[in-house]
Design a protein around this ligand. Structure first.
Ligand code: AR6
Length: 175
């Protein structure tokens, strides 16, 4: 499902974040140390190869809400933008920190003249953020920024399960 908001296409698909060859940048749901880890981070580092972790190490540690950019190494994407989401129930205010991830990732994308970017549902795995709340925050943040985006033309949310896709589609339809 996709919608155009202020000239930006926002879409939700079910899939794997490392299998999005048609976008210039993918976003990593990173850990503070920018190491391999599990979930999205594991998949991205495994596919990109050890050069990614090498490039990441001098950029670490990062704070919740922060985003940093690297090249994509063996991924089909030119860039990886690494975001540290809040751990639900620990990093506060979690709503704001999660919104900052999306905002800061999009600001970096603008700076690097990135036209298309794919996000996973940051913080909704190991970090425990309820997917309904996370979907509201992420999609709202992106749509509110759409107006000020000059380079970014397509923002894709790549969801890992049917349920997560359904939740995001419902929020996107209601924007
Ligand atoms: N493609 C798309 N989505 C995925 C994929 C994939 N390949 N794999 C998992 N998801 P998580 P977090 C979904 O745990 O909550 C790591 O160990 C998953 O179902 O990757 O921000 C890091 O090292 C969930 O909905 O990220 C950190 O320590 C969502 O992506 C920590 O976990 C995010 O799950 C970050 O936790």
């Amino acid at each position: 499902m996709e919608r155009e908001i202020s000239g930006v296409i926002i879409e939700c698909v079910k899939g794997d974040i490392v299998k999005q060859p048609d976008v210039a940048a993918i976003v990593n749901a990173a850990n503070a140390q920018l190491r391999i880890g599990g979930g999205v981070a594991g998949a991205i580092h495994r596919t990109a190869g050890p050069g990614l972790e090498e490039e990441c190490l001098p950029l670490a540690p990062i704070e919740p809400g922060e985003a940093v950019i690297t090249s994509g190494h063996k991924l089909p994407n030119k860039y990886v933008i690494h975001c540290l989401g809040p751990i639900f129930g620990r990093d506060k205010p979690e709503h704001e920190l999660l919104a900052n991830c999306y905002r800061n990732a999009l600001l970096l994308a603008e700076e690097y003249e990135i036209e298309s970017i794919a996000f996973p549902a940051i913080s909704t795995g190991a970090f425990g953020y309820p997917v309904e709340d996370a979907a509201e925050i992420s999609l709202k943040t992106v749509s509110e920024m759409a107006d000020e985006l000059e380079n970014v033309k397509r923002v894709r949310f790549v969801l890992h399960s049917d349920r997560d896709l359904e939740v995001h589609e419902k929020v996107l339809a209601g924007l």
